[in-house]
Design a binder for this molecule. Structure first.
Ligand code: NAP
Length: 289
């Protein structure tokens, strides 16, 4: 029986996960189809039915269900619990097990594609949504020295910082602060000047917004810093172009996407993910858009 892996979301848009996950399944000779499951909110209960079907191996979960699926699951791993979101589900016997592979995906991209370590680093995270939560979780797990969360709604940044300060990943070695994304606030420039790793976790610069100015001023960025944009369409946003002009190292969101997908693949199949095949398939799909 051909097994199924679903991508649960609504709307699904132009996700490239089906392309690189299918390439990985085919490369490993696994008889499974990775398919989009676009489920509108009024049919949310369909998610559990599809997940528990005998041929379902598992699923990826994306917007708007990353938190909503928590209530359907029998088990949730510590990273997903800390982030408050699940992006991967394994259907194991009669159990549904949720995990969050964005955290390891981000960490691996910083280590393997930028050659940097999060341990001991000062992180500045722009945005305080789901992706920012995964980055903050990675910072805590890896032992960053300090994490500064910056958001246009100060209350969102403060709530995120407060939650992680008392959450399961909290540790004495990592300070977490919140700042408003307000160019008039002098603390923002100081935070940019002092950071080792600046991460854009907002959608500013994505797709048709490619010409939008960066979400944060890089005037005081150190050339020793690494700037990571979680966006991968386009591959070089205005933020990354400016960071590069200032002599900083840059990284886009494609390696994180591939590595979170590789970690998901390994959970579903128990086999090592063919990462280079996944990367090539994703790059080809993006070039063809
Ligand atoms: P989200 O949960 O909607 O959070 C977005 C955050 O950005 C919120 O804090 C939001 O603030 C802020 N924001 C939105 N528009 C803004 C603007 N014009 N100026 C300043 N802040 C703004 O979205 P997400 O899931 O975290 O995704 C964020 C980005 O990361 C997206 O581009 C997504 O594609 C990318 N991502 C990449 C990967 C990867 O594997 N590479 C994985 C996950 C996400 P408000 O709440 O005030 O709007």
């Amino acid at each position: 029986m051909t097994q199924r892996i679903g991508l649960i979301g609504f709307p699904l848009g132009h996700s490239i996960s089906p392309v690189f996950q299918q390439a990985a399944l085919d490369a490993r000779g696994i008889d499974a189809r990775y398919e989009p499951w676009e489920i509108p909110p009024e049919r949310v209960e369909e998610i559990a039915t599809r997940l528990r079907a005998s041929e379902t191996l598992g699923a990826n979960v994306t917007i708007p269900y990353k938190s909503a699926v928590l209530s359907f699951l029998d088990e949730i791993d510590p990273a997903a619990r800390a982030v408050g979101a699940v992006n991967t589900i394994l259907h194991d016997g009669d159990r549904l097990i949720g995990s969050n592979t964005d955290v390891v995906g981000f960490t691996r991209s910083i280590r393997e594609d930028a050659g940097r370590e999060i341990a001991g680093a000062i992180l500045l995270v722009v945005g305080a949504g789901g992706a920012a939560r995964a980055v903050v979780a990675a910072g805590l797990r890896e032992g960053a020295a300090r994490i500064v969360v910056v958001a246009r709604r100060p209350s969102q940044a403060e709530a995120l910082a407060a939650e992680f300060q008392r959450g399961p990943l909290a540790s004495d070695r990592t300070a977490i602060d919140a700042l408003p994304l307000d160019p008039r606030d002098p603390r923002l420039g100081d935070a940019v000047a002092g950071c080792d790793l600046l991460v854009n976790a907002t959608p500013v610069g994505m797709g048709h917004g490619a010409d939008a100015p960066p979400p944060i001023s890089l005037d005081r960025l150190s050339p020793r810093a690494l700037v990571c944009d979680l966006i991968y369409r386009p591959p070089r946003t205005a933020l990354l172009r400016e960071a590069q002009e200032r002599g900083a190292a840059i990284l886009n969101g494609l390696p994180m996407l591939i590595y979170q997908g590789a970690a998901s693949f390994e959970r579903w199949t128990g086999q090592a993910a063919p990462v280079e095949i996944m990367r090539r398939a994703a790059e080809e799909a993006l070039r063809g858009e």
